[in-house]
Design a protein around this ligand. Structure first.
Ligand code: SER
Length: 326
């Protein structure tokens, strides 16, 4: 997501100076869009303080996270990365505000993992849920991201309440993303990964064994739509925003429907369903779909893809180009 966002920002705002931070050295084509790129960790306060000394940050896009399956395997490390890393960047933003008097914007991709449905029956009964329902995450990742949302909300609206009648030190904005599917990259350590994995397996001519049941249903969107959502949220006048975190989604197929739609385009695809209990439990606790009405009303969000149009207009052409398929 970070790589795509850097490219999109550089294209639409060529005057914008971008500093990119990633765990790995950033590849040349992306680094070319940046004034500086660094290989480093959001847990490294010294590195962030050094950046704060050398740059004035107007917007901070905090995309660093350990996803849900990885976080479940190493919950304490996940806390350090997902909550500690968020706090470090909020601290950087606060220092920026203290130095310049200008309120920086901090944008956090949050997740459907902040929701926790108590059972599969409850998930089926709930159907499409809004931002205020079922906020009892059942994963470390969901707990971390909800905590990060709350920290952002605090610094956005309440920090400094002892000193000021109009408290709030940062402009914090967040989107609760569904599963994201890219034609170029495969995610690592997520629980929505069966979607992109199935698609990339099809393009590579490989069979796929799904780690969730065929009837597993979750919302998804494509990577370009996710990046568009981030940029549209940043464009919104702050006064229009009634929430700190917004649902977005484009389509919500079951794993079987996803497999079928891919098989129409790659007829050789074979998919078997062999659920892994832990990951299935996570998916059964996430909503089948989310209501994006608040995003539509507050900042004009409109998803442009159905599953079929996402496949035909972006994913299949992108995969063909990526894997060099004629
Ligand atoms: N894609 C994420 C995950 O599976 C959810 O936001 O962890």
């Amino acid at each position: 997501m970070g790589h795509g966002l850097i490219q999109a920002l550089a294209e639409r705002e060529p005057e914008c100076l971008i500093v990119g931070l990633d765990l790995q050295p950033i590849k040349d084509s992306i680094a070319a869009c940046c004034v500086e790129t660094l290989a480093g960790d959001v847990r490294d306060i010294g590195l962030l303080e050094d950046l704060a000394r050398r740059y004035r940050f107007e917007r901070i896009f905090h995309l660093a996270a350990m996803l849900s399956s990885s976080a479940e395997r190493a919950p304490l490390v996940a806390y350090d990365v997902n909550v500690g890393g968020t706090m470090n960047l909020l601290r950087l933003a606060l220092a920026e505000r203290d130095r310049t008097g200008v309120i920086p914007m901090v944008v956090l991709p949050s997740t459907i993992a902040v929701y926790g449905l108590p059972s599969l029956a409850a998930k089926v009964a709930a159907g499409t849920i809004s931002e205020t329902e079922f906020l009892e995450p059942r994963t470390m990742y969901g707990c971390n991201k909800l905590a990060a949302e709350h920290l952002g909300r605090y610094f956005n609206s309440h920090h400094g309440q002892f000193e000021s009648e109009s408290p709030g030190s940062l402009d914090f904005r967040s989107i609760r993303f569904p599963g994201i599917i890219s034609a170029e990259t495969l995610p690592t350590g997520g629980t929505t990964d069966y979607g992109p994995e199935m698609l990339h397996a099809a393009a590579r001519g490989e069979a796929y064994i799904s780690f969730v049941r065929a009837d597993s249903k979750l919302p998804f969107m494509t990577m370009p739509e996710a990046i568009r959502a981030i940029l549209e949220l940043t464009d919104a006048p702050r006064a229009n925003l009634t929430r700190g975190a917004y649902n977005v989604r484009s389509f919500a197929p079951t794993a079987a429907e996803l497999a079928e739609a891919i098989r129409v385009r790659f007829p050789a695809l074979e998919v078997a369903f062999d659920p892994t209990p832990g990951r299935q439990r996570i998916v059964d606790g996430w909503p089948a779909d989310v209501d994006d009405a608040a995003a539509r009303i507050d900042w004009g969000w409109v998803p442009t893809h159905t599953l079929d149009s996402a496949l035909d207009e972006y994913l299949i052409p992108g995969l063909r180009a990526h894997y060099g398929i004629a």
